[in-house]
Design a protein around this ligand. Structure first.
Ligand SMILES: [Mg+2]
Length: 170
């Protein structure tokens, strides 16, 4: 039951994404949540380090997409420096927009990974679409109120995941 929320891969941050391993698995497209995955939810634009990371993903040959449940203004401003495919109001854990994004990138479920900080939206969305689910620890303890309420349940799921993995889940 809870497996649908579990990560396939657990990393501390987007800077720890094992790109060589992903390439070996045939992953060609990376689909990122924005808020607390790529940047704190209240930071409007990516910093230089993050922009540099996206550049290096692109130069390694990955197609890049931002897939956010946040609004148009947030997503388009955030994407200005990144130049990824940008999808706002994605309706995660619904998979309609993710499937559209994969089509736009020319990828499919076997060649795409979703990266995000929330098990009930990002991880669940990834599993429903049949793509690789990469969990990142949330960047920032500041959260929108609604997210804050969900964090307790998130911790519950992740604790079970880590216990089953037996090694901290990594
Ligand atoms: Mg998030």
């Amino acid at each position: 039951m809870l497996e649908r929320f579990f990560p396939d891969l657990y990393v501390k941050s987007i800077f720890d994404i094992p790109t060589e391993e992903l390439k070996k698995r045939g992953i060609k497209a990376l689909v990122f949540d924005i808020d607390n995955t790529v940047a704190p939810f209240d930071v409007a634009e990516p910093d230089d380090r993050t922009a540099g990371l996206f550049k290096s993903f692109a130069s390694e040959g990955f197609s890049l997409c931002l897939l956010s449940n946040n609004n148009k203004e947030r997503v388009e401003l955030f994407n200005r420096k990144l130049g990824a495919i940008a999808v706002f109001k994605a309706g995660k854990p619904g998979i309609k927009k993710l499937n559209e994004a994969m089509k736009n990138m020319g990828s499919d479920k076997s060649s795409t990974a979703v990266i995000g900080d929330q098990v009930f939206t990002d991880m669940y969305c990834a599993h429903r679409a049949g793509v690789l689910a990469i969990y990142t620890e949330p960047i920032c303890s500041r959260d929108q109120l609604i997210t804050k309420v969900k964090r307790g349940a998130e911790r519950f799921v992740l604790n079970i995941y880590k216990r089953r993995k037996g090694n901290g889940g990594i």
